[in-house]
Design a protein around this ligand. Structure first.
Ligand SMILES: [Cu+2]
Length: 210
């Protein structure tokens, strides 16, 4: 129901709205019933307390409703999560190299950049590599955040569907200049991207060992 720079972003926003709306609805229902009970069943009106032994249909109901509700939350969350883990066969591949305190990107042909240029409408698999400590690759506009773990290659799939420039941050405290660890994701038309990618500077050096 939302629009965003990726399918994933709109899915996350819809799930978020669903969870917040059901929480607010429950809060209101419980509060209203609670206040009603305080007045209706106070000691003045009911001098003699009455013991209630239980109510099976009611107990089944208050187990069933929350179970169905959390299963819905899990299902929609999982469907969106699968989007960033499933790698489409024709995806572009880019290595994200995080280090204290910057990001750089390496494409399949060896081209390197400090800005993550991606073609619009095409899935890209990002391999997340850390040169030193743990970082967090975070693209707020895409609602995506993934750990960049030292000694392990993590990944996620970005699927932009809107042209534009978006912030990339580090979401995991990684030392002194962590707060300055910003980079840009720039989504450009596919044809422009192909042109940009094939335009190689002569002195391109591969990231050692990666
Ligand atoms: Cu960092």
């Amino acid at each position: 129901m939302f629009t965003g720079p990726s399918t994933y972003a709109s899915e996350v926003d819809s799930i978020m709205l669903f969870i917040v709306a059901s929480s607010v609805a429950l809060l209101l229902i419980i509060t209203v019933v609670m206040i009603y009970f305080v007045f209706r069943y106070n000691k003045k009106r009911n001098p003699v307390a009455e013991n209630i032994e239980g109510n099976t249909p009611l107990e089944i109901l208050w187990i069933a409703i929350p179970t169905v509700l959390v299963m819905f939350m899990f299902y929609y969350g999982y469907v969106a999560f699968a989007d960033i883990r499933a790698v489409p066969a024709n995806s572009l591949k880019v290595k994200v190299l995080a280090r204290m305190w910057s990001y750089s990107y390496e494409y399949e042909n060896g081209k390197q950049s400090d800005t993550l240029f991606l073609p619009n409408g095409r899935a890209t698999k990002l391999d997340l590599i850390s040169a030193d400590v743990n970082h967090g690759f975070f693209v707020p506009a895409f609602r995506i955040k993934e750990d960049v773990i030292a000694g392990k290659i993590n990944y996620l799939v970005l699927n932009p569907k809107e042209l534009g420039s978006f912030d990339i941050a580090c979401s995991e405290y990684c030392g002194l200049n962590h707060s300055l660890m910003y980079s840009k994701l720039v989504v450009i038309p596919d044809a422009d991207f192909k042109k940009w990618l094939s335009d190689m500077p002569k002195d391109t050096i591969k990231i050692a060992g990666k």
